[in-house]
Design a protein around this ligand. Structure first.
Ligand code: AP5
Ligand code: MG
Length: 224
């Protein structure tokens, strides 16, 4: 691909950002930058960043901007100019959106689309209650009620599946509140810039994927 798409996926906890990023990458060659996955990686390695992030993540709060912004912007700006990316979980407040905007504008690498995946709260709670993550590649999996999670391994790489600490009910409640208070205003920021697209996310994974692909014009991007 000569020039990649620059995308942001925004949505509440459990909206399907990670799921849809992975599906998009089956069609287009884009780097996937997930701030949550990055923090969990550091946590597993026991780095100072991971330990600092853990206290906020387990409470369902945002990791402070002074920790988050530099590390994510460093990743974004290290992607070669012509390559595309999917940002998943960043930006998550106005300050993060403004800092990202400054950096990208300075290099004339503005975002192509910001996709808002909107999902109702009952569906979010249902999904997060049954969500298991691969320890190795971090792919999310849905395990149905009554299904034996210990009998399952990762569909992508065969790795061990586990439940995230911040999927405990109190942390989920807080994460949804933080999303409503801090992340929802970011939608207005991108709406004003004309790059926001709204995708209803209560439908099946395949249907939501179809809508996102149409919204970001993936077939066109593949021809580039
Ligand atoms: P992060 O890891 O980004 O978590 P989140 O935003 O709460 O979102 P999730 O990863 O829980 O959900 P998702 O939208 O990716 O859904 P998924 O595809 O897994 O952040 C975690 C924490 O890190 C934050 O709380 C914060 O502390 C910190 N952090 C991260 N970024 C930060 C930032 N920028 N600034 C400060 N702090 C930050 O799907 C969920 C489940 O539903 C899966 O089981 C999936 O299989 C299933 N599913 C998906 N789509 C569908 C569908 N359409 N129908 C049915 N099931 C579906
Ligand atoms: Mg995720």
């Amino acid at each position: 691909m000569a020039q990649g798409l620059r995308l942001v996926l925004i949505g509440p906890p459990g909206a399907g950002k990670g799921t849809q990023a992975q599906l998009l990458r089956e069609h287009v060659d884009l780097a996937h930058i997930s701030s949550g996955d990055l923090f969990r990686h550091h946590l597993r390695q026991g780095t100072p960043l991971g330990l600092r992030a853990k206290e906020y993540m387990n409470r369902g709060e945002l990791v402070p901007d002074e920790v988050t912004i530099d590390i994510i912007l460093g990743k974004v700006m290290s992607i070669p100019d012509d390559d595309g990316f999917i940002l998943d979980g960043f930006p998550r407040n106005r300050n993060q959106a403004q800092e990202l905007d400054k950096k990208l504008t300075a290099e004339s690498r503005n975002l192509d689309k910001v996709v808002h995946i909107d999902v109702s709260e009952p569906a979010l709670l249902r999904r997060l209650g049954g969500r298991y993550i691969c320890r190795a590649c971090q792919s999310p999996h849905a395990i149905g009620l009554g299904e034996d999670a210990s009998a399952r391994t990762c569909d992508q790489c065969g790795g061990e599946l586990y439940q995230r600490d911040d999927d405990a009910p109190a942390a989920v409640k807080k994460r949804i509140q933080v999303y409503n208070d801090e992340t929802m205003p970011v939608l207005g920021f991108y709406r004003k810039r004309g790059v926001l697209v709204e995708v209803p996310g209560d439908d099946t994974i395949a249907e939501v994927n179809k809508q996102i692909m149409a919204a970001v014009d993936v077939p066109t991007a593949r021809k580039l």
